[in-house]
Design a protein around this ligand. Structure first.
Ligand SMILES: Cc1cc2nc3c(=O)[nH]c(=O)nc-3n(C[C@H](O)[C@H](O)[C@H](O)COP(=O)(O)OP(=O)(O)OC[C@H]3O[C@@H](n4cnc5c(N)ncnc54)[C@H](O)[C@@H]3O)c2cc1C
Ligand SMILES: Cc1cc2nc3c(=O)[nH]c(=O)nc-3n(C[C@H](O)[C@H](O)[C@H](O)COP(=O)(O)O)c2cc1C
Length: 1442
């Protein structure tokens, strides 16, 4: 017999290369793992063995599927996504996971697979900390303990790499061993293998990760079965323990289970406060007494009242009244001192695993239980204080605790921001007894309240909650409209989404806003004279209230009740819900068509609306929240005696024998009903969760919560569904019930506490006539007002556009996107480096526009954002290194993204992840001439997905070389449409207007919108300040000290050495760049001014934009300065600030077209702006400057403001610094290739590079404006004790000059003894182009450069050679240096050269016997461990001289 404990659930990452890292074989249609790919995810995890059978993939059970289907599922999973696999170990084995503490105190999880008989033995071995994976005779594979241990221990790629030299040979040998054993495979190039990383482990067996730093090694045995209050080992959150032997566990599980079976006759579970469990939270007719009498064994818990321990870290200013109040709370009999380290042990009776809840100590609220009785099975016990105003002291205390929680959540606890916010809140409370939440705080609170809801089984989704902030709403009508919007959003055509709408908070209970409905959508219950009820008996009281307010129902079984709302304590108003927005599901049974004759239906979205949201001392009495249904909830609504009471009718459909109870007809009918409900929802694509999945997901949630916060409040009585009982894991899980804040709580029904302002009896007649509209009128009116309202509400949905840019295009696109999105959203556009990263988790809609720079890197201002994303995904990993993190995903995501539809579909089993509620879309700018096209954008996209974000539109990219503008426009139009759709604004937004904004947005130029004015006072900005302000950089003023030509005059190319001097030391490292600001050449500026008809004038000018503002009915127009440009004379703006040489973009062509007087020219310009192919051909052939375009289209009447608004900024140019601060700290040198080229296929005018020609002509001693840019990825290692290879061609030698100057100085101080430098330099001709020849000669002589290789591409009489041609000639040494001596490689030049060098080194590895994949991996390792450095100049062969 196969052991019941032969499954494990593991989570690993599917990599782009070799996927999950194993091979599958078809074993009688089962997918069985036949081998592992060495050093790939599965092998590295040490949790997968050949012989394992795949039972489930991401919760999809695959055992019943064909092999091909399983393969298809696995293949569909995108690269770099986590995959949860349920694996069945080999037959007759016992498989489980065990976690040990290593000597470092960190948990290590390993797998134990053993024949059933040797289980006890392994248990002992496990405790003795074995890390060997045991297998039975059928699975002979033994993963080498040592080498795997090594791999695990050196989990960072860096440390692996340090040992790669010696390790490589060992690994190769090991691979051979595995091949001989037939278990491991060398990878071959295929994409359908599947792969992993043990990021998070789920338990199918017994072991568990110990999240605490317990320090001790081995499994911690359970001391006793007493599950209460033991001292906690240090580092408490998420403690888990394993208990003693399996057999005793099973015994205890059985006895406990049977105890439950005996004692729990009805598993009560009607009104969960989150609607996956919603039912009848106010259903009084379901007798609490019944429940009490039926449940005798549950909840022997003592509930604990305790003030939260105050942290030592708390700044004194935020440690005031609140704390003393909190800590002075009188303890209950079971309370403990704040410093008491206590936990409650909770057992999972299936395997005896125990966890320790420490979170309960944060509960500061009492339950109604006391040491003598447990009240947890009582229904909605309303706390009297909920209907009262809170005393100020209590508000202070609770507010402070909440503000702490919020700032802890955004990792800003104790920061000045925290102190300031608390001071502000405290002041508000002291003044008014109340305070206002910031939107982010409210969002956090709403999610936390769900997370804290003890009775909700669906909490795994707690981060995925859309919060509609409706605090601005004042009237019943607008409340109603907001609720309609909620229904529309949540329903989402059946793909239901969780949401909450929050109305105004309580100021005094007398002026409360209330929603009178228990659920927004519910069926009426009409009491008949004979006492019977038509419809839903749970609604009779509310139905009567509605009727008194003038509502007339149709006396049907399923009449949707109206919405009744009251604002500011006034009498309520009543509104019908338009039928078309309520999704209802007709009930059918898959096998019994007769079931449909029962004519049952149910609404799809349960929106609980009568609870009180209690947060930070403030009550919100009007909130509506919704999730989705679990089948048993609806089933109970149909069959409970106190509800529709249909059990017998249902049994009759199935011809069940209802004559005797022992026929179990009730159970069977209930089961069939549940099947019908699931079938009906699923077959209409309406979200529903079955109780098994819900139960499993809750177990997962418990596990998550245990890790994250050391426990999870849970009310067993409510969590265990009313069907399935002991078949569900939750049944066997001990739970601890306590109240945390924020929370949703019960309150008295509105109609019971409302103080009527008008005579209630009159109000039942008077307003009726007013509201007697025909259905059509109502529908029309509602549609109209809902339209207006959803606009207003939508504008409350925040959309944040974040851009990261190096040369400004992404920013321009982001602003254009802003112009579109403001038609539907409350939109904000911000540069990535100014964005407050802690807001990320609270965004509703995030749009990212980013370019890629370097060689697959983020632009400078996107680096911090990238780091934050990385930190969020891998909090424990150091994010010191760079590009390969981006390129590794970037290079590969392209293909997998096309297949991404399967990702991020709502999966009940998956927790949201930190960005669970964030919807996002990414647009990437790049150039396809780079190997890592748009790599950073891809990386951001993938990271957001991995963090749980919901991608609303697959990533789009814009290729600089192919219609970037058009791609952007297409994406912008599409993403706006999808976003509107997603937030249900489809009908309410004028798409045409929004799309037109792409061309004529507020920030883009249109005739008459801008004007040019002399600056009042006539004072110009200083140029360095102007540059600094424009580029947001700290611009320095240095002087040009010297300049000399480095190449022979006879050469067709020229390179100059420029020496720049400062008055003080310049802070930089070898390898850094200097960014130099140039000026456009005078002839071009004058030509342009002539064309514009402008005479140069020394007066500074400013551009002004016409801004319209509506105040009431009046629209005012004012001119405002456009702060894009500094205050400078026009000729200076065209000289130093604006780029007048880069060919105009398609967007600018469109503007020019609108100004062309000649129809043919207009037509041509329009074509260029719309037809990307024509545009690209035209651009490539002419490479025209602005002036040349204006010459080509002479009829264009250019308005200077158009150019001032639309031209891109003249960017500074980067140059690798060619000097060392050790040689001269006040000077920087640059090696600059002079750019000059002919256009029109060699027949057009010569174009000179702006910056290079400017520096070539600039008189000595003139000012130079610049700043230093750190190139941390191109720095030298801190210790110079290894071989260093410097590989560059032409001006690519520039940074190496700073290196060798540095080496020379270091050698003088004997700090680089073991350094061995090899310089590989390429140029065309040794006599004409060999720059720095003399210096290199001298360095060779003095031993600074040990090896020098010259590659000449145009040397007379010898074959062409490039730097990459040198590599094979030094293969032996290079490979040994890389693999054994920790060599560093530096490559500098253009993209093509860098790619060539990379490939040449890879070829060396292949020649040395590595497989293709091993060679690539080796190079990847070198990169990620900062031993392979690239400095890429650009995508063209710029004066590189070879
Ligand atoms: C990180 C980094 C470091 C760098 N370090 C150095 C360095 O040390 N030394 C160095 O010389 N340069 C270096 N560069 C390049 C440098 O920044 C400038 O790009 C280069 O000097 C040209 O600038 P420019 O203003 O003279 O030319 P631009 O006016 O910018 O003209 C160059 C542009 O002209 C176009 N162009 C060029 N040739 C042709 C052609 N044949 N046909 C059509 N169009 C063409 C291309 O669009 C190109 O972008 C580096 C670049 C980067 C990004
Ligand atoms: C030095 C340099 C490096 C670049 N590296 C890449 C790259 O690795 N991948 C890519 O797709 N594009 C690369 N590009 C192209 C830019 O991403 C492209 O020009 C983009 O339009 C710039 O947008 P921005 O102005 O918002 O920065 C590079 C451009 C330069 C000048």
């Amino acid at each position: 017999m196969e052991s019941t404990h032969n499954s494990i659930k593991i989570r690993i990452i599917k990599r782009a290369t070799y996927g999950l890292g194993f091979y599958l074989t078809n074993d009688r249609e089962a997918a069985v793992i036949s081998g592992l790919v060495v050093d790939c995810e599965a092998e590295k995890s040490r949790l997968v063995l050949p012989g394992d059978r795949i039972s489930a993939v991401n919760s999809i059970h695959v055992e019943a599927m064909t092999f091909a289907q399983v393969l298809a599922i696995l293949e569909k999973i995108p690269a770099e996504s986590p995959v949860v696999l349920l694996l069945k170990g080999p037959a007759n084995c016992h498989t489980r996971l065990v976690t040990f503490f290593g000597e470092d105190g960190a948990p290590h999880t390993t797998r134990i697979t053993e024949p059933v008989s040797s289980q006890a033995q392994t248990q002992t071995q496990a405790q003795a900390q074995t890390q060997t994976v045991k297998t039975d005779a059928t699975v002979k594979t033994t993963i080498d303990g040592k080498s795997n241990g090594d791999i695990a221990a050196s989990s960072t790629v860096q440390s692996q790499l340090m040992s790669i030299g010696t390790d490589l040979q060992q690994r190769l040998t090991r691979i051979e061993d595995f091949i001989q054993q037939g278990a491991m495979f060398r990878p071959v190039a295929r994409t359908d293998s599947l792969g992993f990383l043990p990021a998070l482990l789920e338990q199918g067996g017994t072991g568990q990760i110990n999240g605490g730093g317990g320090g001790g090694a081995g499994v911690v045995p359970s001391k006793s079965s007493n599950n209460f209050e033991e001292d906690i080992p240090p580092g408490s959150p998420g403690l888990h323990r394993r208990t003693d032997s399996q057999s005793s566990l099973l015994r205890s599980a059985n006895s406990r289970a049977s105890l439950r079976r005996r004692s729990i006759l009805t598993a009560p579970n009607s009104a969960q406060i989150i609607p996956s469990q919603t039912g009848d939270s106010t259903d009084e007719s379901f007798s609490a007494r019944d429940r009490r009498s039926s449940i005798t064994t549950h909840s022997a818990h003592n509930h604990i009242t305790l003030g939260r321990k105050s942290s030592n870290l708390e700044p004194s200013s935020i440690m005031s009244a609140g704390d003393s109040q909190r800590n002075n709370r009188s303890p209950s009999p079971t309370s403990m001192s704040a410093n008491n380290k206590k936990y409650v042990k909770l057992k999972y009776l299936v395997d005896g695993k125990t966890t320790m809840d420490t979170l309960y100590r944060q509960s500061s609220q009492t339950l109604n239980c006391n040491p003598h009785r447990c009240t947890s099975s009582l229904l909605n016990t309303v706390r009297p204080q909920n209907s009262l105003a809170r005393p100020k002291e209590e508000v202070l205390s609770l507010a402070k605790d909440f503000i702490r929680q919020y700032f802890e959540s955004i990792k800003r606890y104790g920061t000045p921001a925290h102190v300031t916010r608390w001071n502000d809140v405290e002041a508000q409370i002291n003044e008014t007894g109340n305070y206002e939440f910031k939107e982010q705080e409210l969002t956090f609170a709403a999610k936390s309240a769900w997370r804290n809801s003890q009775r909700c089984i669906g909490r795994i989704q707690w981060t995925k909650l859309q919060v509609f902030d409706a605090r601005f709403i004042n009237t019943p009508r607008t409340m109603f409209e907001a609720l309609l919007n909620h229904i529309k959003y949540a329903t989402n055509r059946g793909n239901i989404r969780s949401a909450i709408t929050i109305f105004k908070q309580r100021t005094t209970p007398e002026t409360d806003f209330r929603i009178w409905n228990q659920q927004i959508i519910r069926y009426a219950g009409y009491k008949q004279e004979d006492g019977s009820i038509i419809g839903d008996p749970a609604s009779t009281e509310f139905t009567e209230t509605c009727q008194k307010l003038g509502w007339k129902g149709a006396n049907g079984r399923f009449d949707i009740l109206p919405i009744v709302v009251s604002a500011s304590g006034q009498d309520p108003e009543l509104f019908d819900i338009p039928k078309e927005i309520v999704l209802q599901v007709m009930m059918k049974h898959a096998e019994y068509p007769k079931f449909a004759e029962l004519d049952l239906k149910w609404y799809a979205v349960p929106v609980v609306s009568n609870m009180l949201f209690d947060v930070g001392g403030i009550f919100f009495p009007a909130v509506a929240f919704s999730g989705w249904y679990m089948n048993t909830e609806i089933a109970r609504d149909y069959v409970d005696v106190s509800r529709y009471n249909l059990l017998e009718d249902i049994a009759n459909v199935f011809n069940l024998d209802t004559s005797k109870i022992s026929s179990l007809w009730k159970d069977q009918a209930f089961l069939e009903l549940n099947k019908a409900i699931l079938y009906s929802f699923q077959s209409t694509n309406t979200t529903i969760v079955d109780h098994h999945s819900a139960s499993e997901s809750f177990m997962k949630h418990l596990e998550n919560e245990q890790k994250v916060r050391g426990g999870c409040p849970a009310d067993w009585v409510w969590i265990v569904p009313p069907l399935g009982g002991s078949l569900l894991p939750v049944f066997h899980q001990e739970m601890l019930d306590y109240r945390l804040s924020p929370c949703y709580d019960y309150q008295e029904e509105a109609w019971r506490v409302h103080v009527w302002k008008k005579d209630k009896s009159k109000s039942s007649q008077a307003p009726k006539s007013k509201r007697k509209f025909g259905f059509r009128e109502i529908a029309r009116a509602v549609k109209f007002s809902a339209k207006l309202m959803s606009k207003a509400l939508a504008r409350r949905i925040r959309a944040t556009i974040i851009f990261a840019t190096e040369t400004g295009k992404s920013e321009r696109y982001a602003k254009a996107l802003f112009d579109v999105f403001k038609y539907g959203f409350d939109v904000n556009v911000i540069s990535a480096d100014h964005y407050d990263l802690t807001h990320l988790e609270h965004e509703a809609l995030l749009l990212i526009v980013t370019s890629t720079f370097g060689n697959g890197d983020p632009p400078d201002n996107g680096k911090e954002f990238a780091g934050y994303l990385h930190q969020l995904s891998s909090p424990d990993e150091n994010f010191g290194h760079r590009s390969q993190l981006y390129t590794r995903t970037g290079r590969n995501v392209g293909s997998s993204l096309d297949r991404q539809e399967t990702v991020n579909q709502d999966n009940f089993m998956e927790s949201g992840g930190p960005l669970g509620n964030v919807r996002f879309a990414v647009f990437g700018l790049g150039s396809s001439s780079y190997p890592h096209f748009c790599a950073f954008a891809h990386h951001v996209d993938q990271s957001l997905r991995n963090l749980g974000g919901e991608c609303i539109l697959p990533i789009h990219t814009g290729d600089e070389l192919n219609g970037q503008d058009q791609s952007f426009k297409k994406w912008a139009t599409e993403v706006f449409r999808v976003a509107c759709d997603d937030f249900c604004l489809g009908d309410d937004v004028n798409m045409a207007d929004a799309n037109a904004a792409l061309s004529q947005g507020d920030s883009s130029w249109t005739r008459g919108r801008y004007r040019l004015r002399p600056v009042t006072g006539g004072v110009s900005d200083e140029l360095p300040a102007a540059l600094g302000q424009t580029h947001n950089k700290n611009v320095q003023t240095y002087r040009l000290k010297g300049r000399r030509h480095l190449q022979s005059k006879e050469s067709t190319r020229q390179t100059i050495l420029v020496e720049i001097e400062a008055e003080e030391d310049i802070p930089y490292h070898p390898g850094d760049h200097v960014a130099l600001f140039a000026q456009n050449d005078t002839a071009s500026i004058n030509g342009l001014l002539d064309r514009l008809g402008i005479r140069p004038s020394p007066s500074p000018m400013q551009v002004e934009v016409l801004v319209e503002k509506a105040i009431g009915m009046t629209v005012t127009k004012t001119w405002k300065r456009l702060d894009r440009l500094p205050l400078l004379p026009l000729d200076m703006l065209f000289a130093s600030i604006l780029d007048i040489t880069t060919p105009p973009s398609q967007m600018l062509c469109e503007c020019l077209a609108s100004l062309a007087l000649d129809p043919t020219e207009r037509e041509r310009l329009m074509q260029l702006s719309k037809n990307t192919e024509q545009y690209e051909n035209w651009k490539r052939f002419n490479w025209p400057t602005l002036l040349e375009v204006l010459d080509e289209f002479p009829s264009v009447e250019v308005d200077p403001t158009l150019l001032l608004v639309e031209l891109p900024l003249l960017q500074p140019r980067f140059y690798s610094i060619s000097s060392s601060a050790l040689t001269n700290p006040k000077q920087i040198d640059a090696t600059i290739g002079l750019v000059a080229y002919l256009t029109k296929g060699g027949n057009g005018p010569v174009h000179n590079g702006v910056c290079s020609s400017y520096l070539n002509k600039l008189p000595l001693n003139e000012k130079v404006f610049c700043y230093i840019r750190s190139a941390s990825t191109f720095h030298l290692p801190s210790k110079l004790s290894m071989p260093i290879y410097l590989i560059g061609a032409g001006t690519g030698i520039a940074p190496f000059r700073s290196f060798w100057q540095h080496f020379e100085k270091m050698r003088e101080t004997k700090s680089a003894d073991k350094l061995e430098v090899s310089l590989i330099f390429g140029c065309r001709n040794s006599k004409l182009d060999h720059i720095y020849r003399d210096e290199i000669e001298a360095l060779r002589k003095n031993g600074t450069i040990q090896h020098f290789y010259l590659a000449l591409s145009r040397e007379h009489g010898i074959p062409k050679a490039y730097v990459q041609s040198v590599i094979p000639t030094i293969a032996e040494k290079l490979f040994a240096d890389i693999s054994q001596r920790g060599a560093h490689i530096y490559v500098c030049g253009d993209v093509g050269m860098a790619a060539g060098v990379h490939d040449a080194i890879r070829d060396v590895c292949l020649a040395k016997g590595l497989t293709e994949i091993e060679a690539v991996k080796l190079l990847d390792h070198l990169r990620s461990s900062d031993r392979y450095h690239e400095d890429i100049f650009g995508n063209y062969n710029m004066a590189s001289g070879y």
